[in-house]
Write a protein that binds this ligand. Structure first.
Ligand SMILES: *Cc1c(COP(=O)(O)O)cnc(C)c1O
Length: 405
């Protein structure tokens, strides 16, 4: 971890002066949810409506679609974690992404990284394109290619800082420079790294997005998405549309997500320590028959850029075996990694994105889909030795011999 971006200055400390670990557990307890009983855990305000004192003017809260104390407490914590002026919580990661469409007009162009979540590709190329938005996919690890794809109509550049599932790395500060030069917004989907590792707003991004379904909640029991922004007028516009569309996260889910966030850094630090150990062990034992993709490995082509901007390497490891049938046999014979879409939970899982999470990529864009033999591991909180033994025996049972040991 020592070689990674330092945690001094704006990248790790909040505007309130607290480090992230302090914010994670203390931030929920602010005045907006303080209650007369002195409850340690703020009550969850499930009420859809709030009684008003006057008939001609609204009080602070009136109707939960527009604002709710439990959601407001969550959104404040998120804004502090990401270092933005305002955060908004939505019913899913894709709903958070879709909220960005409210800054686009027909004819506007979006330049999007080609290593993005399948549902992002589906949303942009089907829902947004139907509203007249033009979407271009580029290799976002190549800042020059992003620059070249921009025109005077480009309004948004979108990328994942650590791409899902190929674990490609884009240079967030360089992309922010491109966005500024063409007067577009830069949105960074930070789902795989979380604010514990990377804070894109401090590197010049305008919007940071999380599928909170993954690490932020961390327990596979809430579907949620968030946006955090640095500009107050953009925040107001997004809040206006969140109310107009009714896309906000429900209060019970906000409370549950807020509780999940309290343990984010302890979960992720352990998960990424185990992920690093597994990536190294699998690479040493099964390389080059199996290609291990993980930004912490010496062999990762963008390790330098990644280390400069991120404090940690995340807990997603991808493996390419060269044969989709072999990959399927590995996935199906594992005991501790259950086969499921998604990642970021306390229990380990495995998926074949080409057939699962990225199946929704429209057929004309299939060339950007992950390769069919790619296995994506999400490393949970189980014992590292147990996980390695499970993986090693599943890989060997699928007929791959450890070349070196
Ligand atoms: C899962 C995911 C999304 C979509 O989030 P949902 O909560 O499933 O709607 C967006 N971006 C990335 C990187 C994801 O992994």
């Amino acid at each position: 971890m020592d070689e990674h971006a330092s945690d001094a200055s704006g990248s790790q400390r909040s505007h309130a002066g607290w480090a992230i670990d302090t914010l994670l557990v203390h931030h929920a307890r602010d005045a907006s949810t303080a209650d007369a009983s002195g409850a340690t855990v703020p009550p969850t305000y499930t009420s859809a409506t709030f009684d008003q004192e006057r008939a001609t003017a609204f009080g602070r809260f009136d109707y939960s679609r527009s604002n709710n104390p439990t959601r407001e407490a969550l959104e404040r914590t998120l804004a502090a974690l990401d270092g933005g002026v305002r955060a908004l919580a939505y019913s899913a990661g894709v709903a958070a992404l879709d909220a960005l469409a409210d800054v686009l007009l027909p004819g506007d162009e979006v330049v999007c990284s080609q290593d993005v979540y399948g549902g992002t590709c589906r949303l942009f190329s089907e829902a947004w394109a139907a509203r007249g938005v033009v979407v271009k996919y580029v290799d976002a690890t190549d800042t020059g290619a992003v620059r070249a794809a921009c025109t005077s109509k480009t309004r948004l550049i979108h990328a994942e800082a650590l791409g899902n599932p190929l674990l490609t790395v884009c240079d967030v500060a360089a992309l922010a420079g491109v966005a500024r030069s063409v007067r577009a917004l830069l949105s960074i989907d930070n789902t795989t790294l979380t604010p514990i590792n990377l804070r894109p707003l401090s590197l010049g991004a305008d919007v940071v997005i999380h599928s909170a379904t993954k690490y932020l909640n961390g327990h596979s029991d809430v579907t949620a998405g968030t946006l955090t922004v640095t500009d107050r007028s953009l925040a107001q516009r997004l809040a206006f549309h969140q109310n107009a569309r009714g896309s906000a996260l429900a209060p019970r889910d906000c409370a549950e997500l807020h509780r999940g966030i309290a343990t984010l850094s302890v979960r992720l630090e352990r998960q990424q320590r185990t992920a690093a150990a597994l990536a190294k062990a699998l690479h040493e034992r099964f390389g080059p028959t199996i290609t291990v993709l993980y930004p912490g490995l010496e062999a990762h082509p963008r390790r330098e850029v990644h280390r400069r901007q991120s404090r940690g390497d995340g807990a997603v490891v991808s493996l390419c075996t060269g044969d989709a049938d072999v990959s399927a046999r590995i996935a199906e014979s594992l005991e501790l990694f259950s086969i499921r879409v998604s990642f970021g939970s306390v229990t380990s899982s495995i998926s074949m994105p080409c057939f699962m999470s990225h199946r929704s990529i429209p057929s004309d864009l299939r060339r950007h889909a992950p390769p069919p033999d790619l296995l994506r591991l999400s490393v949970g909180l189980e014992d590292a030795e147990d996980l390695l033994a499970d993986l090693t025996s599943a890989i060997e049972r699928a007929g791959i011999k450890g070349g070196r040991s």
